[in-house]
Design a protein. Structure first.
Length: 187
């Protein structure tokens, strides 16, 4: 199981270094490429995650492989992750860094769920309305869930806007239940 608290600490420290050196974008690009390399190369993943390989050997090999393709700050961060035996957190660290970078740039990821697929014009109109209401750029992901019956549900981080028929019916059911409970107690 990945410890997200630890991954967030590493990502936050790397983000602070990138912020101070004005390399937030480039560091993010480095991490994206490294994450993709991990996902695509079984050999690289096996090498990086193998606890039997000595840390010094791993760091030396990583330096040889990456010294020309990533920034020194990114390479030092990866070496620190290896030194502290946190290699299995690397993808989570990359994900957490991306969240910090997007927040810094005023970008919010939103999952938009609808009962039926939205047309491109409906998608564009919804995203535009959301961007106007929160004042940030939205990167949407669309999902279809017929159980919603109609309308849409939007999730942005921990915040959810439920404009679905199912949500309205559940809300109505809860209000009726509370009213019945209130009247029962009042007797």
């Amino acid at each position: 199981m990945v410890d997200l608290r630890v991954a967030r600490r590493y990502a936050s420290a790397l983000f602070k270094v990138a912020l101070q050196s004005n390399t937030i974008q480039r560091t993010g690009e480095d991490l994206t490429r490294l994450r993709e390399l991990l996902r695509q190369s079984e050999a690289f993943r096996a090498f990086l995650y193998d606890p039997r390989i000595a840390r010094d050997r791993k760091k030396e090999r990583i330096r040889q492989l990456l010294h020309e393709s990533v920034m020194p700050e990114t390479l030092r961060a990866l070496e620190l992750i290896i030194e502290k035996r946190r290699e299995k957190l690397f993808e989570a660290i990359c994900d957490e860094y991306q969240k910090l970078q997007e927040a810094h740039q005023g970008i919010v990821r939103a999952t938009i769920t609808s009962a039926v697929p939205l047309t491109e014009s409906e998608q564009a109109a919804l995203v535009q309305k959301l961007e106007q209401s929160i004042g940030k750029q939205i990167i949407p992901t669309y999902e279809v869930n017929p159980n919603l019956l109609g309308g849409v549900r939007v999730r942005m981080g921990d915040y959810e806007i439920d404009g679905s028929i199912r949500g309205a019916l559940e809300n109505l059911r809860e209000r009726i239940r509370l009213e019945i409970e209130r009247r029962t107690i009042a007797r």
